[in-house]
Design a protein around this ligand. Structure first.
Ligand SMILES: [Zn+2]
Length: 206
């Protein structure tokens, strides 16, 4: 763990991932899952989606061979809103889901897809898609209790799940995606052979 001092007291979550100092503070993403904890002015945590090699594509992810021979050139990891509150545990799991290639089942409402056949696709309707008994209605009119880590859930839910298709995507990313610790891909081993080391924070204060 490393404490980084910044003059800002909060960040817009998207801007964070564009910041040079954030990039400079990143630990080798082939060895570590980077998690930055900070206040975000939009009260949003974010995780970056993985890139995959062209030989091992996964629907919804960008395939490229660039990172076979090049170190990461962007901020890779999770920005985690603090304090996390009662959702802290599931939020970190949720962002790690993104980090390993999962998409919201409500993304783009009924026009979208999370590329999983065993999750309910729905319009979360700005967080109001719940009936009096806590059921969500999916795009086919089916009612269900949303317990998915990647879904829009009620605060009363205490047990969360990933679906089998989601687990398959997580495993694919762990195995093949770039910059994912635990990856056994050839590309990851090639990068690990490079002497790419953590760069000290670009800007810091004592
Ligand atoms: Zn999300």
């Amino acid at each position: 763990m490393e404490r980084i001092y910044r003059p800002e007291t909060s960040f817009v979550s998207l801007d964070f991932f564009q910041a040079g100092w954030a990039f400079q503070s990143m630990w080798n993403p082939n060895k570590y899952m980077n998690v930055w904890m900070a206040k975000t002015s939009d009260y949003t945590s974010r995780g970056t989606m993985p890139y995959v090699p062209n030989d091992y594509p996964l629907a919804g992810l960008i395939a490229t061979d660039y990172y076979k021979d090049n170190p990461p050139n962007y901020v890779e990891g999770i920005l985690f809103l603090t304090p996390g509150g009662s959702y802290a545990g599931t939020s970190l799991t949720h962002e790690t889901g993104h980090f390993l290639g999962l998409i919201h089942p409500y993304e783009d409402a009924c026009g979208g897809t999370d590329y999983c056949n065993d999750t309910y696709q729905y319009d979360k309707k700005s967080g109001t898609n719940f009936d009096a008994n806590g059921y969500t209605t999916d795009c086919n009119g089916t009612k269900f209790i949303e317990k998915n880590f990647m879904g829009w859930t009620l605060s009363t839910i205490t047990e969360f799940v990933f679906s089998q298709n989601q687990v398959s995507r997580l495993e694919h990313s762990l195995k093949y995606a770039y910059h994912r610790p635990g990856s056994s891909t050839i590309s990851a081993r090639m990068l690990n052979n490079n002497s790419f080391e953590k760069i000290p924070p670009f800007m810091s204060y004592e």
